[in-house]
Design a binder for this molecule. Structure first.
Ligand code: ZN
Length: 164
């Protein structure tokens, strides 16, 4: 069963006008195994006291909303107050090695979601977790700023510096 959007009045609000980044992640589970939304939520709560992400993209291309967009996520240290978090199921190959394991359905769903979000947040740039400063892991195992270059805002002079 797909969980309803997670609501908790104790979570910090996210000011929609401050959203300048759409940060892409992978769960980093083996792509040969299912990782249910309930597990994703439980992981976030165990680590950060709340679900981490706003949207979860399953192998099938199903997009599961987790956090409302007006609530702060817990997915990108230092950037949670100015970003939305999007995570795809998988990210490790069958042997447990980091890889871009997105299915065709996931790629389509991710592009569609990002198109919607960039319309809603025209100043927001699309980046991968690994493209943020101080991040040493390879998540999401591809470079979203390049893959989605055509969806990036025209005005690149955002106040957010992500140059490494
Ligand atoms: Zn990540």
């Amino acid at each position: 069963m797909t969980p309803k959007i997670y609501k908790n009045p104790n979570l910090k609000p996210l000011d929609r006008s401050k959203v300048k980044l759409l940060v892409i992640h992978c769960v980093a589970n083996k792509c040969t195994r299912e990782f249910k939304p309930e597990n994703l939520i439980a992981c976030g709560i165990a680590k950060f006291g709340q679900p981490s992400y706003h949207y979860y993209i399953r192998y099938t291309g199903e997009i599961v909303p987790i956090l409302p967009e007006n609530v702060r996520g817990a997915h990108a240290r230092r950037y949670n107050s100015c970003s939305l978090g999007i995570v795809y199921e998988g990210g490790l190959d069958a042997n447990g090695k980091a890889d871009d394991t997105r299915t065709e359905a996931q790629k389509k769903a991710m592009e569609a979601l990002l198109k919607d979000l960039t319309e809603e947040y025209p100043d927001a740039r699309i980046v991968g977790h690994c493209e943020l400063p101080y991040v040493t892991k390879s998540c999401p195992n591809f470079i979203p700023s390049k893959e989605y270059a055509s969806l990036q805002p025209e005005n690149r002079n955002t106040s957010i510096s992500i140059n490494k």
